[in-house]
Design a protein around this ligand. Structure first.
Ligand code: HH2
Length: 272
């Protein structure tokens, strides 16, 4: 049986993003060749990432779904080359998750929070893998059209609590699960920052919180560009440090070294 997730990924752990896709919004095309993806992953681990998250399907706003075969074609060569290192798989498909876990992945990062593929929970439970459950309003193709909430933090907390209960009912160990507010997934700039500001209401659920604010467009929009598609590294690090101070445990990022160093400094200040 795996150790509890919080033991494997203590605060603050960094997860490096490696998208093996042509269209991801910040690193699309950069890691499309397996050799480039593997090199990026190894560099991130050398820079202090606790794990690298390999994804073969973009979930950026407007993205179209990818077939099982195409997703496998993108990620399997990369996973094969990375056997023996700390890897997670960013997928909502049980077929991709199963193959990745067979090849040594430790964690399944499911942006649908087990609402996509009915077989995914069984795959995670059978292999006793770690799991990230993320909040999303709507689906990637249309989620940014008109996101609407009463109280965004209360609604996200209720959703994550309900998905956690569902996952445990499917036989997944509660200590193997972390939760993610899903910054930018059916949310306005204001929603995103309110979620980070009130992150303590999500940590109160009792599971570690994974945050991915790195390079999200909200960071560009607050700098005055309403059409921004990404944010800078500096903005990403600033937001991550404050999310850490408010209780986030795991940081899914593109710029690993900068986040590792900033979070180490933040940890030293907080530890006093
Ligand atoms: N965001 C993206 C993808 N996967 N997983 C979690 N847990 N949280 C996130 O916020 C999250 C995620 C989207 O960003 P990215 O991977 O950089 O791009 P794309 O989905 O376009 O490949």
């Amino acid at each position: 049986m795996n150790a509890p997730l919080e033991q494997r990924f203590p605060r603050s752990s960094v997860m490096g993003v490696v998208n093996v896709t042509p269209d991801s919004f910040s690193d699309g095309g950069l890691n499309l060749s397996p050799a480039d993806a593997v090199a990026s992953a190894r560099r991130m681990l050398a820079e202090g990432a606790a794990i690298v998250d390999i994804g073969g399907e973009s979930t950026r706003p407007g993205a179209e779904a990818v077939s099982l075969d195409e997703e496998l074609r993108r990620v399997v060569p990369v996973l094969e080359a990375l056997q023996g290192v700390a890897v997670s798989i960013d997928t909502a498909k049980s077929g991709v998750a199963a193959r990745a876990l067979d090849l040594g992945a430790e964690l399944v990062n499911d942006v649908t929070a087990l609402r996509g593929d009915p077989d995914l929970a069984g795959v995670v439970a059978d292999r006793d893998a770690f799991l990230c459950l993320m909040h999303m309003q709507g689906e990637p193709r249309t989620m940014q059209h008109a996101p609407r909430y009463g109280d965004v933090v209360a609604e996200v907390a209720r959703f994550l609590d309900e998905r956690l209960t569902f996952a445990v009912a499917q036989g997944i160990r509660e200590e193997a699960i972390c939760l993610d507010p899903g910054i930018g997934f059916g949310k306005t700039v204001e929603h995103n920052f309110e979620l980070l500001r009130r992150l303590d209401e999500l940590t109160a659920i009792g599971r570690p919180i994974l945050v991915r604010i790195s390079r999200k467009s909200s960071l560009g929009k607050i700098m005055g560009d309403p059409d921004a598609k990404t944010g800078t590294t500096a903005a990403s690090v600033g937001a991550a440090v404050l999310a850490y101070e408010r209780g986030a445990s795991i940081f899914r990022v593109h710029d690993v070294r900068e986040h590792v160093e900033a979070l180490a400094a933040a940890g030293a200040v907080i530890a006093g």
